[in-house]
Design a protein around this ligand. Structure first.
Ligand SMILES: Cc1cc2nc3c(=O)[nH]c(=O)nc-3n(C[C@H](O)[C@H](O)[C@H](O)COP(=O)(O)O)c2cc1C
Ligand SMILES: CC(C)CC(=O)C(=O)O
Length: 379
């Protein structure tokens, strides 16, 4: 199949990955209601078709998080991407660089921030989960700054791991007895292409940034248990003072859905806000990101850059997010599936596809510049 949509990349990823890994990427928390509404609420937003407006020249370039970008898109931090394809984070960062869009490395990545920054010339951003071991955090921040990284994406919506029923059923989290291990082994054997690429050639697939704090050769199940024990649920805005002592660069806060929280973030002087419900993987029952966006944009009132993720599946969705006030969007599962399906070439293809879709959506709605897309684009 030649993929013509994110759904197609998802299907190709489903075929290539062991089911427990596909479900880990694809799934959301509890009943997956928020996960579904992320996509459904985008679809509900109707666009105004406009005509006779000379759209022969369209500009998609802008700036995001201080970087020039070829379109208003960045790759969201995705944990454990080195399990979707060998050295997956490096492959995705290279595809992002070639496409002229930012790559945000998850702090829960397989490849370390050192390996990824060495592999590209474009600056990457580091996403941070705050773990209890502050000495280690300080060391990671110092390592990151020494590499010339200037943007930190502080994720604030995963202070604790939300139950994901698919992961419980596949024993990715929870019980780890012999039957669970056998079931996983069987799934791996049914996907030899993936097993060769990641399981054999991809070794060691340790967790680059947290490696010194993890058991040697720890896999996904041990990692999720470690997350539950080590992520720091005590953080508050007061911890920004600590962060600022150890990080002089740009700070973007990821995981805001509420206007009051957005205003508080601006009071802290953050550079950017990412409106996100973690792709429907945390608080099930929370609104979709696109539904939450307008109130956040209003509360921020130009004091910080507002980006959005969760549910973006097409160039038309990108236009919808811009129309409601986002400066740009992050792609999560879109790149995880593309990488799992076709490695670096898949991520490149996926970005080309969305760029084309955005261009056409702009033309047919009479828009010529992503920097001036306004509310009047949606009905
Ligand atoms: C498999 C997977 C792993 C993720 N890992 C991280 C992570 O390590 N750090 C983080 O801030 N967000 C993480 N996220 C959330 C994404 O950054 C992003 O918010 C979400 O995927 C956006 O929704 P979408 O997948 O619908 O685009 C992860 C999401 C998925 C699907
Ligand atoms: C390893 C996890 C904490 C990564 C994550 O953010 C997620 O699975 O949603």
């Amino acid at each position: 199949m030649i993929p013509a949509s994110i759904e197609d990349f998802r299907e190709l990823a489903r075929r290539r990955l062991p089911l427990f890994l596909f479900d880990y990427i694809d799934g959301g928390s509890y009943t997956e209601t928020t996960l579904r509404s992320n996509e459904a609420d985008f679809q509900r937003l109707k666009l105004r078709q406009r005509i006779m407006r000379d759209v022969s020249s369209i500009n998609l370039a802008t700036t995001l998080m201080g970087q020039e970008v070829s379109m208003p898109v960045a790759l969201a931090p995705i944990g454990l991407a080195g399990l979707y394809a060998r050295r997956g984070e490096v492959q995705a960062a290279r595809a992002a660089e070639a496409a002229g869009v930012p790559f945000i490395l998850s702090s829960s990545s397989c490849c370390s921030i050192e390996e990824v920054t060495r592999s590209v010339t474009r600056p990457v951003a580091l996403q941070l989960y705050v773990i209890r071991d502050r000495d280690y955090m300080e060391d990671l921040l110092a390592r990151t700054a020494a590499l010339g990284v200037d943007t930190l994406v502080l994720t604030v919506d995963l202070i604790t791991h939300s139950p994901r029923r698919r992961d419980i059923r596949s024993s990715l989290t929870g019980t780890q007895g012999l039957p669970a291990r056998l079931k996983r082994g069987f799934e791996i054997m049914r996907h030899p292409d993936w097993a060769w690429d990641v399981g054999v050639m991809g070794r060691p697939h340790t967790l680059g940034n947290f490696a010194p704090r993890m058991p040697e050769g720890a896999g996904l199940a041990q990692f999720t248990a470690w997350v539950a024990r080590n992520f720091d649920a005590s953080i508050t805005w007061k911890d920004m003072a600590w962060l600022r002592r150890h990080w002089r660069g740009r700070i973007v806060v990821k995981g805001i859905l509420d206007a009051e929280d957005a205003a508080a973030a601006c009071d802290e002087g953050v550079d950017g806000i990412i409106v996100s419900n973690h792709g429907g993987r945390q608080l099930d029952g929370a609104p979709s990101s696109i539904a939450a966006l307008p109130a956040v944009v209003e509360a921020v009132d130009g004091r910080a850059e507002v980006l959005l993720d969760s549910g973006v599946r097409s160039g038309i969705d990108i236009l919808r997010a811009l129309a409601l006030g986002a400066r740009g969007v992050l792609l999560g599962r879109a790149w995880a599936f593309a990488l799992a399906a076709q490695k670096q070439a898949g991520v490149t293809r996926m970005l080309d596809l969305l760029r084309h879709e955005l261009h056409i959506a702009m033309a047919l709605s009479g828009q010529t510049d992503v920097r001036s897309v306004g509310r009047d684009v949606v009905l």
